[in-house]
Every structure is written in C-alpha cells, then in structure tokens.
Design a protein around this ligand. Structure first.
Ligand code: COA
Length: 329
C-alpha cells in the first residue's frame, strides 16, 4: 500500500438527548428487555428530536470536535459525510453541514455505503490527502436511523438508534495514521438489507415499498460472522502487523452476539473490543466513532495505539482500516 501521508488529529461525537429503553420499546411492540438483551446486547438507543435531523447531529459532533481540538478549522478543504439517512435526497448532508458550520473554503460530499460508510469515508480522506489534492478533511458518520424504522417490525426497530461521530484528518507525512485497509462489496446480497426508493424490484424480487429499513436479519448475521473474520485477516496480511499487535478492535456496533462470534472466529480477545451498541443501538455509519470515542474519553485508547476498525452492512459493503491513533491524549 502507498505510504499514507494523513493523520487523524481530532475526534468529536454527539447523541440526541432522548433515550428509548428496551422497557419502553416493549410497550410499543411485542418484545421484552430480556429478549433484546439476550439476542443483541442492546439496552437502549437514542432518538433524535422532531426538529433534529442528520445534519444537526453531524454539526453537534463537529462542535464537540472543535472544542477539544482548539486550533483553527478555517482551512478545512473537504467535508465528507457518511450517511444513509440524509435530511433531503439533495442537497447533501455535507452541504448543510458546510452552511451550518460556516466553513468557506471547502468542498462537501456525502458517501452512501450504509453501515460500512465511515470506513469508506475515512479511506477516501486518506486517499485525497496522500495524493496531495487536499490538506484537511472532516469525516463524519451521522444517522437518524429512527426515521427509517417501522416501529411495528419488532425484529428491526429494536436494533437501531441515532447518533454522529466526526474525525479530523490532516496531512502529516511523518506520523501517518493509515496502515492498511480492506474494502469489499457484494451487491448480490443487497436484497438482504435495504430501504426502498424509486425502484420497486431488485434482482427480480419485489421490494417492500414502505420507505422503511427492511432486513433478513438471519442472513445478514450469517454473512457478517463468516466474512468479517476473513476480511480482517486479509487486511492484516496487506500490512506488516499481526492480530496480536492490534490494541483495539472497533467493529460496527450491530449486535453483541455477532461481535462475540467474529472475535471467536478471528481469535481476537473480546475484552479489547470497543462497542457502543449497549447504550446507542446500531447507529450505522456513526457507530465506529461513537465506540472509539467512549474509550478515548475514559483514557483506554492512547496516541500510538493500533486500532482495527471494521464496518459492514447494507450493500452489502465492508470497510476495514488499520489505524495508528494520532490524536493527542
Ligand atoms: N422480540 C421477541 N421476539 C422476536 C423479536 C423481538 N424483538 N424479533 C423477532 N422475534 C421472534 C421471531 O418472530 C421468531 O419467532 P418464531 O420462532 O415464533 O417465528 C424468533 O424470535 C426467532 O427469530 P429470528 O429472526 O430467528 O431471531 P434471531 O435470533 O435471528 O434474532 C435478530 C433476530 C434481528 C436480532 C438477528 O437476526 C440479528 O441481529 N441479525 C443481524 C441484523 C443486523 O445486524 N442488521 C444490521 C447489520 S448492519
């Protein structure tokens, strides 16, 4: 892999105020705290307020990042937002973020790779900086998944929640953060996890035209636990690192049982795995920065740590990156 010239220099996150607990969900659909906890590990998720949209969550995460970074952000020259729950079909969330933050000298674009989105967006930021085209990029994963939920579908609405996380990526030839990557797409599996749009069919199958997220939970589960460990291995083979040298594993926080199975199959210790699903549910492209930031804030993750992030989801997409954590503690 081309030597990276980009470093992650700051992080910020945001979750909405309102908590939706398993007990509250059990009053809405035929489920229980016990069932959800046992099958998923999720205890509660956050739900955006009526007037709070994906761009607002992204802006709040950036403001949190700015408070902690304490240097000028005037020279940010690109904003990349990973999301599948944009405020409008267009304009993009990134353009709304640019307007609300008031950054003048920047391009702005959304990336849609579902729950693999944050990894894809980071990968693009590394490429744009390493190539010399850009110097300072804001990468944000932001989602209001609650707006795509069918709160009558108990096998799906129990899983998802809202939140946002942001990284700042800057040019730094001497201390690059990006050590390896592995990206895959299996479009033929798209039918297992989708939200319908203008097309009514996929691969000859009639779609549920609900505008809600629809999934074949068992199939997605099976796919993730078999393919993610293989992807992690390929990512490491491309690098000079072994699994034993990885300090923290940050998988997409989809389901705790799924993550336990991925750890068991890959041979990575569960106790060095960072998750956010217990209190945030599955926040799609926001889950990786949310999980990581919890461990940054309580002092577990330190500058120089090797961190394997691994997103997977609708598409079906996967994006894994090996990072050296570059943010000053
Ligand atoms: N509460 C109580 N019972 C529920 C339920 C709920 N919230 N959701 C489903 N059930 C029931 C089913 O109706 C089924 O009942 P039946 O046996 O009477 O038909 C039973 O539980 C088992 O259903 P099944 O779908 O086999 O459960 P599961 O163990 O596979 O768990 C998921 C369902 C959705 C939790 C699990 O498949 C999963 O997490 N998959 C991955 C989904 C995912 O992560 N998607 C996003 C990826 S980015």
């Amino acid at each position: 892999m081309e030597q990276s010239k980009a470093r992650v220099t700051a992080i910020g996150t945001y979750v909405p105020e309102h908590r939706l607990t398993n007990h509250e969900l059990a009053k809405m659909v035929d489920t229980s705290d016990e069932w959800i906890t046992q099958r998923t590990g999720i205890k509660e998720r956050r739900i955006a307020a009526e007037n709070e949209f994906t761009s607002d969550l992204a802006v709040a995460a950036i403001r949190n990042l700015i408070e902690r970074y304490q240097k000028s952000m005037d020279d940010v020259d690109m904003i990349i937002v990973a999301t599948t729950t944009s405020d409008y079909i267009f304009p993009s969330v990134a353009s709304q973020v640019q307007k609300k933050i008031g950054m003048k000298q920047t391009g702005a674009i959304d990336v849609n790779a579902a729950c693999g989105g944050f990894g894809y967006a980071l990968h693009l930021a590394n490429g744009l900086i390493t190539s010399g085209l850009h110097q300072k990029i804001l990468v944000i994963g932001s989602e209001t998944m609650s707006r795509s939920m069918d709160y009558e579908d108990r096998s799906t609405c129990i899983l998802f929640g809202d939140g946002a996380g942001a990284f700042l990526v800057e040019r730094d030839e001497h201390n690059p953060s990006f050590l390896s990557y592995h990206l895959t797409t299996e479009g033929e599996g798209g039918i297992h996890l989708y939200r319908s749009g203008t097309a009514t069919m996929m691969d000859g199958v009639e779609l549920k035209p609900t505008g809600h997220l629809v999934q074949n939970g068992r199939e997605v589960y099976r796919w993730a636990v078999t393919t993610v460990p293989q992807g992690m291995q390929k990512l490491l083979e491309k690098s000079s690192y072994t699994l034993a040298q990885v300090d923290w594993f940050v998988p997409h926080s989809a389901n705790k049982r799924m993550i336990e199975s991925i750890c068991e199959k890959s041979g990575f210790p569960l106790e060095k795995t960072l998750i956010s699903l217990e209190y945030c549910g599955n926040t799609s492209s926001a889950s990786i920065p949310l999980s990581l930031d919890m461990a940054v804030q309580d002092g577990r993750v330190k500058k120089g740590d090797k961190i394997l992030i691994y997103g997977f989801g609708g598409g079906l997409t996967q994006a894994g990156l090996l990072l050296e954590w570059g943010v000053e503690s």
